[in-house]
Design a protein around this ligand. Sequence first.
Ligand SMILES: Cc1cc2nc3c(=O)[nH]c(=O)nc-3n(C[C@H](O)[C@H](O)[C@H](O)COP(=O)(O)OP(=O)(O)OC[C@H]3O[C@@H](n4cnc5c(N)ncnc54)[C@H](O)[C@@H]3O)c2cc1C
Length: 437
Amino acid sequence: MSKPHIIIIGSGWAGFYLADYLSPTLYTVTIISPRRTSAYTPLLASAACGLFNFYLAEEPIRSKSRKCRFLKATVTTISFPTKTIHCAPAFDDDSDPITNQPFDLQYDYLILAPGCIPNTFGTPGVLDHALFMKNVSDAMATRKRLFDLLEKASLPTCPPARKAELLHIAIVGGGPTGVEITAELDDLAHRELMDLYPDVAPYLHISIYDVAPHILGNYERKLHEYANEKLVRRHVAVETNTRIEKVDREALYVKGKGRVPYGMLMWVTGNKATDLVMEMRDVRKSEKGLVRVLTDRHLRVFKSSGTTEADDEVWDDVFALGDSADIVGASLPTTAEVAVQKAKFLVNFFNSRKEEATFEGKKAMPFTYAEKQLVSYIGSRDGIIAGRGDREGWTGRSAWLAWRSGSVMWTRSWRNRIVILLTWILNWVFGKEIAKM
Ligand SMILES: Cc1cc2nc3c(=O)[nH]c(=O)nc-3n(C[C@H](O)[C@H](O)[C@H](O)COP(=O)(O)OP(=O)(O)OC[C@H]3O[C@@H](n4cnc5c(N)ncnc54)[C@H](O)[C@@H]3O)c2cc1C
């Protein structure tokens, strides 16, 4: 008897976990993604700032031990009634008429995990001029831009005023990602860059912009105020209640303030739905805020035709998880933690079946989220950890150490963990080898 075919859309935190753990004995598994690798997103800012080599911040989908089929393509549309997905090969060079042909695949079970894309809120110029931080190529582009700017500012033709403009790093978005990038860049500026570029490193200055009244608004007041104060003390300009109206190649235009020149602009303001999610007509989606596919507590996708949460209103062969999906009535944040916990839930469901993965929704245990504490790095070996229950949040070096040791656990390969740990120890003793990386 042929094995049921599971198609996974997306090779991010959710898709990659599923591809790793779904039983190849029970299923034929195909994973489809335009990317050959899966990024360990929490490690990207550190990799961009030379804490360790880029290859440690991602994992290839193809490996000796992973028995799934990978296709480098984008899913363009899905026909749920006929269980067919339509795909387009995803290559930069798309001139070959044979390898560029679209193709269709049939599934028995479909798992939607296409994640989200950066939200520019339609701000003119952002897509053309800003850097993002979603995968390793973004981290590489960030490092390259930083070094290009430092070299330009070091040229004898560059006057002091221009050095200051070139070495203005503007970070738009004061959430955990924006603050972590700021922290890592600021550490770099005060340590390694002082040795490598003693003449121009003092010109490097960072601004964080956010429309919200606080940075790190997900943390309790005491903690986000602490982070703000520490950053300001290190001369980071924290510009809250600030809207960026447009961006061009050399400057941002701040509402009420006007033109502010920058050398590097990082845009980390949050997520929006992918084209695929926007295109899907047959599934129910959230209506407020980020558009996400709605599922029941067993992660089965609701049909667009229904309005209740009854069992007969789901596509019982289609599941969704990760940033692109949310559970009706139990909304969870867009984090790797949630994506992986949901992926584990689906792996248990699929791998524990005996003959056929029919979902006896009423009998099966629903998904429950085990909440983890929020942790952020704020630079200079200082961090914040949110409180939980009766336990208050805390700050300082122990919070930084908790963040650092937590971040090594994001990579699933023991080999990578050991290399990361060794690199940290070497960085601690001898400083980062950023100029060589
Ligand atoms: C810099 C950074 C730091 C972060 N730090 C943390 C952290 O410390 N802790 C935490 O819990 N979370 C963190 N997150 C959030 C976390 O990365 C996301 O929640 C997580 O990536 C979501 O996983 P996902 O599988 O849903 O989507 P993604 O990881 O975004 O993967 C989606 C995949 O789908 C593919 N895809 C998209 N469209 C299609 C299509 N049409 N066809 C086929 N494939 C498609 C994409 O190419 C990609 O491979 C961080 C995010 C960033 C950017």
